[in-house]
Design a protein around this ligand. Structure first.
Ligand code: NAD
Length: 421
């Protein structure tokens, strides 16, 4: 099965996932009925969310919670607030969560939620009212053994604290009902940096296996938020890599000698764009993709590596998908033809959900792990997943993405069969 030659703009998140799904399902000869079960969501709700604005008006937003699959455990996935969040996007992301939790072999299924809203236009109080009302409307689906939300684009630990409060007001104090909480409300140490840290652990393994030593290597990162910022800090400080360029929504910055990442993080903490950092030369967002490097890490948005824009011209040895769905299927094929390896999103960026699992376990046990323990367990879990993918890719002569999908599909299909389907 070949991927459709459709640009991202004309292809929904659902269609992207479907084309990649088919390739992996063919590899493991998945039965037709099982494909149907695994492609369709288990349960989905759309809700209207009326919110009283500060000026007294009531504005009505639309929200979604989609549980893609719960055969292996409670559904798990973030909630995003974004003007483009719609049914298809949320469904595609919910499916990725199913494959991510299965690939990591953690006892969760996959879900995602979203509200179609531009949170930058809301005051903090409006955001709180929106969160509480959305939580009320979807609460019938939630619970520590049913469906556990987490932060995603434009939601954070504070939003999770409001969800926890709203849920607990009906069910009693239930910290395990949501992850990505503030540490003082039962959040896990190490959760905030977990996705970036997981990306680094996967890069370390790949570096060892494929002779792209991380120490002294050139790293370019799109996005300097939670994932990109922590990754930049960690690969420079703990792996000795040279972060030569990063970008944010306003533009990028390059320094051939390697950026001073702690200074750049301090600059960003003062809400200044990275392009105004004095320790490098400003570049446009488009120019970021042309910088020669060993590791290219999209860590901002979906659909940024495309046939039209940059798949034929990026100058790197490995693309590491820090963001969800940054590479279109057509671009994926072009990169493969060019001999550029791609470490897929649901392997590379699974550190966040893995530490969310540790957070949930700590809440259920009412016991706190140390930061060192969290990092140690994360490294063990993500490395084990990486090794499985690497070995299957080699054995079957397929890409890391197809191998990762095949492993995940196999695990979810087995759980479905054992449960009677
Ligand atoms: P974030 O909001 O903290 O940071 C996003 C960064 O991308 C910001 O620096 C922003 O300025 C930048 N950005 C936005 N538009 C850009 C553009 N056009 N060009 C260049 N940079 C741009 O988000 P995050 O939590 O770091 O998430 C980034 C990606 O990683 C998303 O795709 C998210 O779904 C995925 N992801 C995040 C986590 C997590 O734990 N945070 C886990 C798995 C996957």
């Amino acid at each position: 099965m070949t991927a459709p030659a459709t640009p991202r703009s004309a292809m929904s998140g659902k269609a992207i996932v479907a084309s990649q799904f088919d390739r992996a399902a063919d590899l493991i000869n998945l039965e037709g009925y099982m494909r149907r079960i695994l492609m369709s969501p288990f349960r989905e709700v759309q809700v209207e969310v009326p919110v009283r604005m500060d000026d007294g008006r009531i504005e009505v937003f639309t929200g979604y919670r989609i549980q893609h699959n719960g055969a292996r455990g409670p559904c798990k996935g973030g909630i995003r607030y974004h003007p483009d969040a719609d049914h298809d996007e949320v469904l595609g992301l919910a499916a990725i969560m199913t494959w991510k939790t299965a690939l990591m072999d953690i006892p969760f299924g996959g879900a995602k939620g979203g509200v179609t809203v531009d949170p930058k236009k809301l005051s903090k109080l409006e955001l709180e009212r929106l969160t509480r009302r959305f939580t009320q409307r979807i609460s019938i689906m939630l619970g520590p053994y049913r469906d556990i939300p987490a932060p995603d684009v434009n939601t954070n630990a504070q939003v999770m604290a409001w969800i926890l409060d709203e849920y607990s007001s009906r069910h009693g104090y239930t910290p395990a009902a949501v992850t990505g909480k503030p540490v003082s409300l039962g959040g896990s140490l190490g959760r905030e940096e977990a996705t970036g840290r997981g990306v680094m652990y996967v890069m370390m393994e790949y570096a060892r296996d494929f002779g792209v030593p991380l120490k002294g290597s050139r790293v370019v990162i799109q996005g300097f938020g939670n994932v990109g910022g922590h990754l930049a800090r960690l690969v420079a400080a703990e792996a000795g890599a040279k972060v030569v360029a990063v970008s944010d929504v306003n533009g990028g910055i390059v320094n051939e000698q390697g950026l001073d990442v702690p200074a750049l993080l301090a600059h960003g903490a003062a809400r200044r764009p990275v392009s105004e950092f004095p320790g490098g030369q400003a570049i446009t967002n488009a120019a970021l993709w042309t910088i020669p490097c060993d590791w290219l890490v999209p860590a901002a948005l979906g659909g940024v590596i495309t046939r039209e824009a940059n798949a034929r011209t990026v100058d790197c040895r490995v693309v590491v998908e820090g963001a969800n769905e940054p590479t279109t299927p057509t671009a994926d094929l072009i990169l493969a033809e060019r001999g550029i390896a791609v470490i897929p999103d649901f392997l590379a960026n699974a550190g966040g959900v893995t530490v969310s699992y540790y957070e949930w376990s700590q809440n259920l046990q009412q016991y706190r792990w140390t930061h060192e323990q969290v990092n140690r367990e994360l490294q063990a879990t993500i490395t084990k997943a990486y090794v499985g993918v690497r070995d299957l890719a080699k054995q079957r002569g397929v890409t890391f993405r197809t191998a990762a999908y095949a492993i995940a599909l196999q695990r979810v299909a087995e759980a479905e069969r054992l449960r009677g389907n």
